[in-house]
Every structure is written in structure tokens, then in C-alpha cells.
Design a binder for this molecule. Structure first.
Ligand code: HDE
Length: 710
């Protein structure tokens, strides 16, 4: 795994051993199964017998002539047999992912709405594990594809595990769980060819989108910049489904859960995402690991949107419909806690691959709602873990709670736990392990009154599907609208069947005529002449990514963990190089030196060994580039690859810094004198945080620049 060369490199978790990690209950809880090899350890068989040669199979051999391998070699057979069975089924969705451990701290009690300890006790630090994922791709697919991202959080509370199995987009494609197999079949590779991998750009996906008008709102989100995040650390997380909170008095409220990153919400641009897919398919995985490994811990604010039960019917949408957001103007987000990820896993498979989330994992003070998507999910997650991990999946180290687990469930494949005594049923004559009482904090189901007919029917308000798609479109900044047009134009161009892209363009005309016309032109569909539904003109500020700039949340913009490439050749100005690198590293930016070769690059008596050469990395993998002055410019300016580095970074709206003669190469590449903050060919206006240099070599770090067009 690539480590950043700058900043204080510390082994996350270990560095604070004796501190927070030593008291992290989940870290302690996994200790018995954690093997940390030492110099004195030697290879044994699985049944503990020390082995002396594990490289050559036992043979009937004379030494000068090869003889047959013998079946009696127990160790060789064990080694091969264990290897043969290393794979388990990958997740049926969200197969590709990565994760980390951390902590959750509450800073404001929500006792007015819930009795849950994790949401009322501000003295607690609750251990967490988070797994981020894409949805459609297989386990080995690329990180930067256009897709929804999973954002699944397991909170190991003192009252049991609470899982918020969310996404980076607050709504879903479908309203009813019974449609899940259809939407996933339509999105995954097509059955006759198993093509395309990890892509929604194909006939079946868009056919489904048209056939299910309820998907309209969600596909707008997926086609927006949310579909191509810059980093897992820069994504919002949403519980999506409507849950309930119940307070001590037994009063119930409806709730939506939010995670908001304190470094802001940032995305790639599509051209970058496409290229990174090939250049570094592990881009997001590596980014998360590297940041944590270097002590730049990602944090999210935790927020709740509350709707009192008495107000549930007041709105023009059903609050139990997962294709709808609760607009923040109507339901403000109340931020009450913060989550930090501060420890990478020790081993991928037993921790990230075997972690098992279930929406049904809730704790006292938290409940479900009648959201029909949630009800189906509550069944599906348990069920899928049984085929993926087996019935005793709850016992796996990463999954088991930090509080006691006691019951009369027994046996099943790979049961680990040994329970003493005679009783494995309740009630028993010895009163062994009875249920808890309410005063002991036992989970009590909310006594909800249900009067209904048994029918296959959703509520009337579930039938409106376009209002919030319009709200989303109207709320986008100009560059966000442009990106949606481009994304839809890309995706629909990959659909060969005219009925698919023509009908979808008709659907777009229900959202916005401007959108439909722009896309129709690109994809060759008939141009809609009038909007097929009037636009209500409403907006909601919190739907645009720009709304989540760190300043808006009370945080300073930061360059920490941002990737900076410093371009050098023989004869570069060492003093400038050192000054800029030092300033950036002190601010915890991750600096990489890139040169014509990895061997030493000389500069008036000094030299550096670059981390990469121009061909082994590309500008796409960095947030910013800096070119020091010096004689190297006369050579570099003639090299197409170096000019491409600068041009490409410019085209992707990246911060480009140069000092001294470095300015000349920037000018040669992009035709602009000195330091500029880029605007793309489309005239987009973006916010940049980063390195600011001037031709005079003045350097300031971490400035937030509002870019202006022109
Ligand atoms: Fe999932 N989903 N889902 N999902 N989902 C799974 O469970 C399912 C839905 C989400 O990192 C599966 O353990 C149904 C919405 C995440 O391990 C499976 C429905 C949201 C993850 C499953 C939904 C999600 C999953 C596959 C419709 C956002 C990855 C493997 C009713 C709130 C968890 C697994 C991880 C995984 C079923 C819809 C998020 C099959 C039936 C809505 C983040 O059980």
C-alpha cells in the first residue's frame, strides 16, 4: 500500500496505543483472535505441528531423477485444500468495498426524542466500524465508476450493535423491497454476456429507469457529481429509510439519519474518474487507508431530522417513501455527534469482507417504521449473511457486540461459543438466562395500532414521482447541471436500443425541458419541443454539494491529506522545492516528487530520489501540482508528457502552482501567465482549496479561493 511521503507518518491506532486505542472496547474485543506474528514464530500445520519444509511436496525421489508426489504429504494437502476454499460468495450487491474502525462521540443528548444510550449519554465513546462500497461492481471492480456508494456504519453500543446501513445518496430507486431483485438485475451486467462490469451505462439499467417512474429522483442523484466522489472521506452518508426514535415517556418520532463530512463534499470530474479506473482501480481504498495510516483521520458530523408522529401526514409526499428526501428547510438537520475513523483493519478478509450489516440491528430507543423498503431490508440482510457467512456470522470477531450476548440459540455450522450447563431452552426449571425486564433496559416494541385491509397496495402519496426530481434539478449550481447533462449523455449513448434512450429523454422532459433538449441532442433522440410537466420552480439549498463546504459546518478548509505532485528534472531549484514541500508537508498535505526517472535527480550539489516517474503516475491521481523553477524547465518544456501533466490537471480544475521559471512551463502548457486557478473548457466555476504560489515565489498554504470565471 502506498504511503504518503509527507507529514507525520504514524501507524494509526498503534501510535496512540496506551491511549484511545487501548480503551477502545471493540479493539479489546477482537484481541483474542488477533495473531501478531513475532520473530520467534514458526510455521505449524493447522493442528499445531511444527513443519520443517513447506516449499517442496513429499516425493518418491532419488534426487537425480524426479519421482511422483505422494498423497501422504498431509501438510501439502492441507495447504492446497485450504487454498481451494479461500473464497466465499461475494456480496450480491455492494461487493466492492473498503472500511475502517473508529469512534462515535455524542456532544448533545437527544433525550427529548430517544432513550437510546448511544444518543443520550454524552460521556460515552462508542466504537464503530464503517464499510464504504460501490453497488453494482464485483469485488475486483474499480473504485471510481459512476455508481451509488454504500456507507454502512456499525456502532458497537453498550446495549448491542446498531447498524445504520446507508448510502451516499439520500433516496433510493424503488419504494417497495419486492422490486429490489429487479432493479439490481437490471443494473448488474446483462445476463447473456455478463457485460458491462460496474456500469449503469447500458440498455437494461435505463430500461428499468423508464419503466419505473419512481426511480426518476434517484437517477438524477446518481447522474450528478454524487455518483463519482473524490474520496470516501468526502461523501455524505444517509440512512435513507425512515426509522423511529422512542423517548423515555414512550413518545415516538420519525427520523432520518445523516453523516456529513467535516472536510466537505467533493467529487471527481468524469474524465478523471474514467482515467483513474484504469490508472488506479483501488483509488478510494488507497485514499482511505493512506489518510488513516498518516494520522489524518476523517470525521463526520452525525445529524438527525425529526418528524413528530403528529405531523406525519402534513406533507405532499409520504414520509415513509424512500424515494423522497425530507427537505432541510422543513426538517432542519440537528447535528448531535461526531464520528472519526482512526484505525485501519489488520486484515482485509476477516474484517472488511466478513463484516455483516443488518438494518434489523437496532437498540432500545430506536425502532423501525412502516417504510416498505425498510421492512424488506430487515429480512434480506439476515438472510444474505446466512448464505455468505453462515448462521453463526454474529460470532465473527468483527461482528460480535462489545456487550454480553446470552440466549438459548445453539449449534449451526461453525459454532464457536461454548455455553456451560444443562439448559438450552426457556423457561427452564433452573431460571437460567431469563429475558430481561423493562427496568433492566430490555428492548420493547412500540405498541403501534394497525387497522388495515390485507392488500398489495402502497399509500396514495407513493404515486407522485417527479416533484423532487425537479427540486433536485432546480437546486443544482450551473456546473452541477452541466455535469448531469454530460453524465446522462454518456450513459444513454451506451444504450444501443432507441426505445431506451428515446423514452428516457421523454422522461427528462418531465423534469426540465433544458435538460431533455441538451441530452436529446447528444444521444440522437427526437428533441422534445415543450416541457411535458410544468416546473414548480422550487429549490432546496442543501441539495447542492457546495452547501457542504467546511466553513458552512464551522470547520476550516484544509489541505491535509490532499495529494500534491511536485514535478522536477535535472537542474531544478532545490531551495524552492524544499520550501514548498516543507510548507505543504507541515500542513499535512501528501507530497510526491515526480521526475523523469526514479533514480536520483540532481540540483546544484543536492539531489532527490523521486517517488515516481512521469509515466508511472498521472495528474489524475493528484489534487494539485507544483513546478519549482530552475534549469530543468528548458528540458521539461520540450517533453510532451510533462506538458500533458499540466494541461490535464488544468482541464480537471486543479490547483497548479509554479515558482520562478516554473511559470514558463505552465504558460507553455495552458497559455496562461503565472499562477491561475483553473476553469474548465465548459466555463465551470468551482471552489479550490490548496497551494497558492505566485511567479515571485510567495507561498501560502491552505487558502480557500473562490474562483471567478475569466
Ligand atoms: Fe442493501 N443490501 N438492500 N440497500 N445495502 C445489501 O446485504 C437490500 C438498500 C446497502 O458494506 C446486501 O450484506 C434490499 C438501500 C449497503 O456490507 C443485501 C434492498 C440502501 C450495503 C441487501 C436494499 C442499501 C447493502 C448484500 C431493498 C441504502 C453494503 C450484502 C429493499 C440505505 C453493506 C449484504 C456492507 C447490502 C439488500 C436497498 C444500502 C442483499 C432487499 C435503500 C451500504 O442484503
Amino acid at each position: 500500500m502506498q504511503k504518503a511521503v509527507a507529514g507525520t507518518v504514524q501507524r494509526a491506532g498503534e501510535a496512540v496505543a496506551g491511549g484511545a486505542m487501548a480503551t477502545n472496547k471493540k479493539v479489546q474485543n477482537m484481541k483474542p483472535e488477533t495473531f501478531d506474528p513475532s520473530e520467534s514464530d514458526r510455521i505449524t500445520s493447522d493442528f499445531g505441528v511444527l513443519q520443517h519444509n513447506t516449499d517442496v511436496w513429499l516425493k518418491a525421489s532419488t534426487g537425480d531423477k524426479q519421482g511422483p508426489a505422494l498423497l501422504e504429504d498431509n501438510f501439502a494437502r492441507e495447504k492446497i485444500m485450504r487454498f481451494d476454499h479461500e473464497r466465499i460468495p461475494e456480496r450480491v450487491v455492494h461487493a466492492r468495498g473498503s472500511g475502517a474502525f473508529g469512534t462515535f462521540k455524542l456532544y448533545e443528548s437527544a433525550e427529548d426524542v430517544t432513550s437510546a444510550g448511544v444518543l443520550t449519554d454524552t460521556s460515552r465513546t462508542t466504537p464503530v466500524f464503517v464499510r464504504f462500497s460501490t453497488v453494482l461492481g464485483s469485488r475486483g471492480s474499480s473504485d471510481t465508476v459512476r455508481d451509488v456508494r454504500g456507507f454502512a456504519v456499525k456502532l458497537y453500543t453498550e446495549e448491542g450493535n446498531w447498524d445504520i446501513v446507508g448510502n451516499d445518496i439520500p433516496v433510493f430507486f424503488i419504494q417497495d423491497a419486492i422490486k429490489f431483485p429487479d432493479v439490481i438485475h437490471a443494473g448488474k451486467p446483462e445476463p447473456q454476456t455478463e457485460i458491462p462490469q460496474a456500469q449503469s451505462a447500458h440498455n437494461n439499467f435505463w430500461d428499468f429507469q423508464y419503466m419505473h417512474k419512481e426511480a426518476t429522483h434517484m437517477f438524477m442523484w446518481a447522474m450528478s457529481d454524487r455518483g463519482i466522489p473524490r474520496s470516501f472521506r468526502m461523501m455524505q452518508g444517509f440512512g435513507v429509510n425512515t426509522f423511529t426514535l422512542i423517548n423515555k415517556e414512550g413518545v415516538r418520532s420519525f427520523v432520518k439519519f445523516h453523516w456529513t463530512p467535516t472536510i466537505g463534499v467533493h467529487s471527481l470530474v468524469w474524465d478523471e474518474a474514467l482515467k483513474i479506473s484504469g490508472q488506479d482501480p483501488d483509488y478510494h481504498r488507497r485514499d482511505l487507508y493512506t489518510a488513516i495510516e498518516n494520522g489524518v483521520y476523517p470525521t463526520w458530523k452525525f445529524g438527525i431530522q425529526i418528524c413528530p408522529e403528529s405531523r406525519a401526514d402534513e406533507f405532499d409526499f409520504d414520509i415513509l417513501d424512500a424515494t423522497k428526501i425530507w427537505p432541510e428547510e422543513v426538517f432542519p438537520v440537528r447535528y448531535i455527534g461526531e464520528m472519526e475513523l482512526n484505525r485501519n483493519v489488520d486484515e482485509f478478509f476477516p474484517q472488511i469482507e466478513q463484516v455483516a450489516f443488518c438494518t434489523a440491528h437496532i437498540v432500545p430507543g430506536i425502532g423501525f417504521s412502516d417504510d416498505p423498503l425498510l421492512q424488506g431490508r430487515n429480512f434480506s440482510y439476515f438472510d444474505t449473511q446466512i448464505s455468505r457467512l453462515g448462521v453463526n456470522f454474529q460470532e465473527l470477531p468483527v461482528n460480535r457486540p462489545v456487550c454480553p450476548v446470552m440466549n438459548h440459540h445453539r449449534d449451526g455450522a461453525l459454532r464457536h461459543r461454548i455455553t456451560k450447563g444443562q439448559f438450552n431452552y426457556w423457561p427452564n426449571r433452573g431460571s437460567v438466562v431469563p429475558p430481561g425486564t423493562i427496568s433492566e433496559g430490555a428492548y420493547v416494541d412500540y405498541p403501534q395500532k394497525v387497522v388495515a385491509m390485507k392488500q398489495r397496495l402502497n399509500s396514495v402519496k407513493f404515486s407522485e414521482h417527479v416533484n423532487q426530481a425537479q427540486l433536485f434539478w432546480n437546486s443544482m449550481a450551473p456546473h452541477e447541471k452541466l455535469h448531469i447533462i454530460k453524465a446522462l449523455s454518456f450513459e444513454l449513448s451506451k444504450c444501443e436500443d432507441p426505445i431506451v434512450y428515446e423514452r428516457l429523454v421523454e422522461r427528462l422532459a418531465e423534469i426540465s425541458l433544458e435538460l431533455a433538449q441538451a441530452v436529446s441532442d447528444k444521444v440522437g433522440a427526437p428533441k422534445p419541443e415543450q416541457e411535458s410537466r410544468p416546473n414548480h420552480g422550487k429549490k432546496s439549498a442543501a441539495l447542492s454539494q457546495g452547501h457542504f463546504a467546511p466553513e458552512a459546518l464551522g470547520y476550516q478548509p484544509t489541505i491535509a491529506s490532499r495529494m500534491v505532485a511536485i514535478i522536477v528534472g535535472d537542474g531544478f531549484n532545490f531551495a524552492e522545492y524544499e520550501a514548498v514541500k516543507g510548507a505543504l508537508s507541515a500542513a499535512n498535505a501528501f507530497c510526491f516528487t515526480i521526475g523523469p526517472r526514479k533514480s536520483e535527480i540532481k540540483s546544484s550539489g543536492k539531489s532527490v530520489k523521486p517517488d515516481h516517474h512521469f509515466e508511472s503516475m498521472r495528474s489524475t491521481l493528484f489534487d494539485s501540482i507544483y513546478i519549482p523553477g530552475g534549469e530543468h524547465i528548458t528540458t521539461l518544456i520540450k517533453q510532451g508528457r510533462v506538458l500533458h501533466w499540466i494541461r490535464e490537471a488544468f482541464g480537471h480544475c486543479k490547483t497548479i502552482g509554479a515558482s520562478g521559471d516554473g511559470v514558463k512551463i505552465v504558460k507553455a502548457a495552458i497559455g496562461i501567465e503565472g499562477m491561475r486557478f483553473s476553469e474548465s473548457g465548459d466555463g465551470e466555476v468551482v471552489d479550490c482549496y490548496g497551494v497558492v504560489t505566485s511567479a515571485g515565489g510567495k507561498i501560502s498554504v491552505g487558502n480557500a479561493l473562490k474562483m471567478a470565471k475569466g
